[in-house]
Design a protein around this ligand. Structure first.
Ligand code: HEM
Length: 452
């Protein structure tokens, strides 16, 4: 696949992910190239490319035998973690100094498990590595492809998990990745950012990828409390992780401090030092905070960053787009984060950030003013401004409809309108919302920081 084709394909999936509609799926370069009928695969399913059919069989196998019937459980979480640990094993800096760079997303963590599972950073991955190896061998697919495919499916099993493009065709790994390439929770932000940048990711990509910790838990940092999650909603790929990591740390959830751990806001939740630091560092905090009330943007960027990560060390021109095998989502996630019980905005460590459009998105409103979200359908039909709200908004670029392009409504609401265009419509509004558990945190915090 040419880079342009790949871009178009990823972009069209990105758009489909934004509007949440699989029927709008790619009018991509890929489809333009397809002159013949789709390939017939098992179970009456079709794929754009016959080479993708095998992934339907793999899908059936992993949903039944790895993910307990399509659950967002422990194995799904581990499969996602494994995709990062395999892909980040890639270092152009090592290559420049005459050493082996690692092959990135090449499956070396399975192929050379005897070596790589011995690295401290890969502690806890033994079970998922051996389970994935067996299934990959059954279907004769490469470990590099399998690891990324399983991660994409695992995300889809979780409420709020976006569609992540899946490209197949990675060759087998030739060597174990060198030790020291996977960031550790006790590394400084500077060290972590240097590592991911060397691999080809940006600091923004890392913040986006860490949405994965919203479905994560720890087993190995404090072994006295295995299974302790990083946020209050470990089965939902939502923005609560970005909120809860900002709460002041007050307790050790297990038997005291461990390397890579900092205090949690309450018992029952675990906090990695790296998450704590990235949430507060000036290089990453603003993007981090911006996701608290913005599930759609977070999910879309997570998808794009995952797709980028899955190509580390690989040649995209040699891969085939098999994204059409990925199942449709079943459950969605709330658009805004929920403040854990007993906590208020006074419990948050908040970094002052320049105003950014991505932070001014939430529904409802609290105490009189707050942004609103368009709740109408993404293509055609009608919808209404959330109850109690009224506001002004701009239809996103490329859309058309009867929603005023830059109109405003200062009446008592609810505002209602109709439209036919892509995407969601965000705007500012004024209304008497009373939604303490669904609060517009970004707005309240903006007020705390700028009272006048
Ligand atoms: C700064 C970078 C990162 C650090 C330091 C880090 C560190 C950790 C640590 C220490 C754990 C706990 C493991 C255990 O005790 O079982 C963990 C869990 C996890 N990590 Fe990361 N991680 C990072 C980035 C990522 C990325 C980019 C992804 C995926 C794209 C990811 C996905 C996960 C998942 C899903 C879990 C939960 C696993 C489970 O529940 O079994 N992590 N991470």
């Amino acid at each position: 696949m040419k880079p342009t084709t790949l871009f178009l394909s990823l972009f069209s999936i990105y758009v489909s992910s934004v509007v949440g509609t699989s029927h709008l799926r790619p009018r991509s370069g890929f489809e333009h190239r397809r002159a013949t009928a789709p390939a017939q695969c098992s179970g009456g399913r079709t794929a754009n490319n016959a080479q993708c059919c095998v992934w339907y069989d793999v899908l059936d196998d992993i949903q039944a035998n790895l993910f307990e019937g399509g659950q967002c459980g422990e194995d799904a979480h581990e499969a996602l973690r494994l995709s990062f640990h395999d892909a980040i094993g890639y270092s152009p800096a090592l290559k420049a100094s005459g050493q082996f760079s690692g092959g990135g997303a090449d499956g070396s963590l399975i192929m050379f498990a005897n070596t790589e599972l011995g690295y401290d950073s890969n502690d806890g991955l033994d079970d998922i590595v051996s389970a994935e190896k067996k299934i990959a061998d059954r279907h004769h697919v490469s470990y590099g492809d399998f690891i990324q495919f399983a991660a994409v499916v695992s995300v889809r099993n979780c409420a709020g998990g976006p569609l992540i493009p899946f490209l197949a065709g990675r060759p087998d790994a030739t060597n174990a990745a060198p030790d020291g390439l996977v960031p550790e929770a006790f590394d400084s932000v500077t060290k972590i950012l240097a590592r991911v940048t060397d691999a080809g990711l940006t600091s923004d990509d890392l913040v986006d990828l860490l949405a994965s910790h919203s479905i994560g838990q720890q087993d190995t940092v404090d072994t006295s409390i295995p299974g302790t999650p990083f946020d209050t909603t470990p089965s939902v790929l939502d923005t609560n992780f970005y909120l809860e990591t900002l709460l002041h740390g007050t307790v050790w959830p297990g038997n005291g401090a461990h390397q890579g751990e900092v205090q949690s806001p309450f018992k029952g939740e675990f906090r990695l030092q790296s998450d704590w630091a990235l949430a507060r560092d000036s290089r990453t905090a603003c993007r981090w905070q911006g996701y608290i009330n913005d599930q759609p943007t977070m999910a879309t960027r997570f998808s794009a960053a995952m797709a980028k990560m899955a190509l580390l060390g690989q040649n995209p021109n040699a891969l085939t787009d098999c994204s059409d095998v990925i199942p449709a989502p079943t459950l969605s996630a709330p658009k805004v984060a929920t403040m854990p019980q007993g906590k208020t905005v006074a419990d948050l460590d908040w970094t002052k950030c320049p105003a950014s459009p991505s932070t001014s998105t939430s529904n409802g409103g609290s105490g009189g003013s707050g942004p609103g979200s368009w709740s109408g359908p993404s293509a055609g039909g009608s919808g209404k401004w959330p109850a109690g709200g009224s506001g002004s908004g701009t239809w996103p670029a490329g859309g058309s409809g009867t929603w005023p392009a830059s109109g405003s409504n200062s009446g008592p609401g609810p505002w209602s309108g109709s439209g036919a265009g892509p995407g969601s419509n965000w705007g500012t509004g004024t209304g008497p919302g009373t939604t303490p558990n669904n609060m517009n945190l970004a707005d309240i915090i903006a007020k705390l920081l700028h009272p006048n």
